[in-house]
Write a protein that binds this ligand. Structure first.
Ligand code: OGA
Ligand code: NI
Length: 336
């Protein structure tokens, strides 16, 4: 039996969450690690400031993203998402919370991963491969801007990865090996939200979910919309807005880190509500290498705290999660 328990509209006085803020330029490493650890135990969401990505690059990447989404649908369908999960995802393509959504997410997107050339031994693996790019004559500065941003965001992810390792009592460079963040699956996604959400009707800009990978670095245009639910088992669930801070990333932990850490670190439920204003965001999803076996970390188990999750290969886990949440590509065949 279907269980469409639709949420009543929340009190219009908005609940706003306050999150810890990690300053990557702070010399007091110990303090940063303590603050990060607390955030990871509490809700798995925190802000990151002084990450070294310039305001110009941020503005540029948002500007190029807006230009792409402003193109006619026909042009965008030329770079439709492929089987390697790269490219354009049309409105409603994804449904993140099928139990509570009557229709797919009111957002369109564009996945960009690490460019893996045809002669690379990893080329055949899902999630690796070349990216489709919009026509150079239509958007000449697009590819260059996206590749630059991808590179920079990956650099920041590795810095945060070292703090996370310390917070887990591991060596700082634990995640830096080629099996983990040395050659990761790292996917940025341009998102464009439109429309008004109505939880009481099961309509969402982005349905409630937790992210799949290790962590996500989220940049937004400042338009309110992201909400988190710190206790998914609470009835009713309490949703709090996470406001953007200019120049800061909103970082959240994903399910793979929850599994790695034996549930010690939290990957928290979140969603996006549309208020009628257009909203652009860019999550940067960080997952370890395709072949990485995600299994309980040595510091997160003991005789009295045995591993709660079976070990699983990163690509197997990701493939499953994408399949559960995206439309079959074949539905687009007739429309192209
Ligand atoms: C996501 C996500 C939030 C946002 O894409 O996984 O949670 O603000 N996005 O776009
Ligand atoms: Ni998410």
């Amino acid at each position: 039996m279907e269980n469409h328990t639709k949420e009543k509209l929340q009190d219009p006085t908005m609940q706003v969450s306050s999150l810890n803020c990690i300053d990557l330029a702070n010399d007091d490493l110990h303090r940063s690690v303590v603050s990060l650890k607390q955030a990871c135990l509490d809700c798995g969401f925190f802000y990151v400031i002084n990450h070294g990505i310039s305001e110009e690059l941020m503005e540029d990447v948002f500007e190029q993203s807006k230009k792409f989404f402003a193109l006619p649908l026909e042009e965008k369908m030329k770079v439709l998402r492929n089987e390697k999960h790269r490219g354009y995802t049309p409105v409603l393509d994804e449904i993140l919370d099928p139990e509570n959504q009557v229709i797919g997410d009111h957002k369109e997107g564009y996945y960009i991963g690490i460019e893996v050339p045809k002669d690379d031994p990893d080329y055949d693996k899902p999630f690796y491969g070349p990216n489709p790019w919009p026509d150079y004559d239509v958007l000449p500065r697009w590819r260059e801007t996206m590749e630059k941003y991808h590179q920079e965001a990956l650099r920041v992810s590795k810095v945060i990865g070292r703090l996370l390792a310390l917070a887990l009592d591991l060596d700082a460079n634990y995640f830096d090996t080629p099996e983990m963040l040395g050659k990761p699956i790292a996917t940025m996604r341009l998102l464009h939200y439109q429309g008004v959400s109505d939880p009481s009707k099961g309509i969402y800009a982005c349905g409630a979910h937790s992210d799949y990978g290790m962590m996500t670095l989220l940049a937004t245009d400042g338009v309110m919309g992201l909400q988190i639910c710190k206790d998914k088992n609470a009835k009713p669930q309490k949703w709090e807005y996470v406001p953007a801070i200019k120049g800061a990333y909103i970082v959240n932990l994903g399910d793979m880190l929850e599994r790695w850490s034996n549930g010690f670190f939290k990957s928290t439920l979140h969603r996006v509500l549309g208020n009628g204003q257009e909203r652009y965001s860019i999550p940067f999803f960080v997952e370890p290498n395709h072949e990485c076996l995600v299994e309980c970390l040595p510091t997160c188990k003991s005789e009295s705290n045995v591993p709660k999750y079976p070990a699983i290969k990163c690509s197997t886990y990701l493939t499953q999660r994408y399949k559960e949440t995206h439309a079959e590509l074949s539905i687009y065949n007739q429309e192209i």
